[in-house]
Design a protein around this ligand. Sequence first.
Ligand code: ZN
Length: 113
Amino acid sequence: MKRSKLRPRSKKTQKLYQQKNGRREFVSFMLRRFRICQASLDVCTGASSDVHEIVPRSAGGKIVPEFDFTQPRPKADLDAMLATQWLSLCRACHHFITFNPKFAKENGYKKRI
Ligand SMILES: [Zn+2]
């Protein structure tokens, strides 16, 4: 029987990744801006590699800012805007936060809108 592969991302999500200032550019921006993991848990390996969404996608969290993150702003302002929803993390901290939801909630790594 011929089987067609599942599309790894929907067309809509794919567009969100590839468009100007989309997810791909945003992740690259975040990892350059915060080179060191922003969680720094006991398991931390140091260099950031993932962008974590504090409000999960399933809870309506955005994977890309609705504001223009490339627009020049005072550093503290932009950092505060980013910190409401996204963190650059190392894979180990990201994994720990993802698989320990209680810990994540208690420590502000997971929120609902
Ligand atoms: Zn880490």
